[in-house]
Ligand binder design. Structure first.
Ligand code: SF4
Length: 364
């Protein structure tokens, strides 16, 4: 690439931006939320939370696809994995998330055929190679991931595969941000908007934040300078009372996003009400496979009974995901719950807020 990334890690620029943020914010209480788990990890890695002015709180949001997947969806995959002749494939972190009575990893240890893949295309190839088995891909992820899944379903249709299907737990970002913006218990002053997701969605779907809630949002990249520029721009808009939606990640995000990728998604999926861990049912916040491709929908293809949901006892993931508490306010954090012995998904996932706070020893 022609981009010189060292500029985005320049220590002088980093220091200047931090001083600038302190000057603008003063002691003023400002609560910002980073929606995206990748931002949570970056902010932790560079220690920005403790470098902010005393009034600025950086809350982590629900932008970890593994974390927001509800037990029911995990239990559904587990019920499918228990069927004769079914192979479940999914991304790595998803395997270790505890469902109501087991995890996919635990089932694999019992001998069920469950495999980690890096791409749904790997699942497609497995289906082609094993025509005698049913291959089910457990699909989780936001707008960044769904174009690949959609392309994969189109490819399966093209190859006329009879033994490939997707258990679809995909979610959309803007409706969740709307739910959080509307939550009086959280009272966010501005949003650090996800960089990767916006490469697909563009900036437009976040306009409602300033239009309906008078809140600013800044699409932000993941390098230190990116993150501080995003925060500085939010603080500037908050202190000057000029909220709008800005794009501070111009090298990654076009204003209009990626229309080709959105068209592929739109051909295969349609929006549907979806249940998020912590946030509950959010209207039109999930994706469902369209009737034209119903034969690739694992939820329709197999009739299985899913066990009743049992939440991990004492786990506050729901409150963490909606920004109501910092992860280390959970009584189990770092005691009963650590990455080695995780009780909830926010400690399991590499992008989970609890795991990031634990790894980078974030201040309480
Ligand atoms: Fe759940 Fe563990 Fe996070 Fe507490 S620290 S909210 S138990 S994942």
């Amino acid at each position: 690439s022609s981009i010189d990334f060292s500029a985005f890690r320049n220590p002088t620029l980093v220091r200047e931006l931090i001083v600038h943020i302190h000057k603008m914010a003063g002691e003023r209480p400002i609560t910002l939320m980073e929606f995206c788990g990748t931002h949570t990890v970056s902010i932790g890695r560079y220690g920005f939370r403790s470098m902010m002015p005393s009034g600025i709180r950086l809350l982590s949001g629900p932008g970890c696809p593994v974390c927001v997947t509800v037990n029911h969806d995990i239990d559904h995959a587990i019920a499918l994995a228990r069927m004769e002749n079914v192979t479940i494939t999914t991304f790595g972190d998803m395997m270790r998330v505890p469902g109501s009575s087991a995890s996919l990893a635990a089932l694999k240890a019992q001998g069920h055929d469950i495999r980690m893949v890096y791409s749904p295309l790997d699942a497609l190839e497995l289906a082609q190679a094993h025509p005698d088995r049913e291959l089910v891909f457990l699909g989780v992820g936001f707008e960044t991931t769904t174009p690949t899944i959609a392309a994969c379903i189109l490819e399966a249709a093209e190859r006329d595969l009879k033994n490939f299907s997707v258990l679809c737990a995909h979610k959309l970002t803007p409706p969740a941000i709307r739910a959080i913006a509307a939550d009086p218990a959280t009272a966010i002053d501005g949003f650090i908007l996800p960089g990767h997701v916006s490469t697909i969605t563009g900036v437009e779907p976040y306009r409602f934040l300033s239009d309906d809630f008078g809140l600013p949002g800044v699409v932000t990249g993941f390098e230190p300078v990116d993150i501080l520029e995003g925060i500085a721009e939010l603080v500037r808009m908050i202190t000057s009372g000029t909220p709008h939606i800005a794009n501070a990640y111009r090298r990654g995000v076009e204003r209009a996003g990626n229309a080709v990728a959105r068209a592929v998604v739109d051909r295969v999926f349609e929006p549907v009400d979806a249940t998020w861990r912590g946030l509950g049912v959010i209207p039109q916040s999930g994706l469902k496979i369209r009737p034209d491709f119903a034969r690739f929908d694992a939820a329709l293809r197999f009739q299985v009974a899913v066990e009743p949901t049992v939440e991990p006892k004492g786990c506050r993931c729901g409150d963490v995901l909606r920004g109501r508490i910092f992860p280390n306010a959970c009584p189990l954090f770092g005691k009963a719950c650590t990455p080695e012995h995780a009780i909830g998904p926010c400690m399991v996932s590499s992008e989970g807020s609890c795991a990031a706070y634990y790894r980078y020893r974030e201040p309480a």
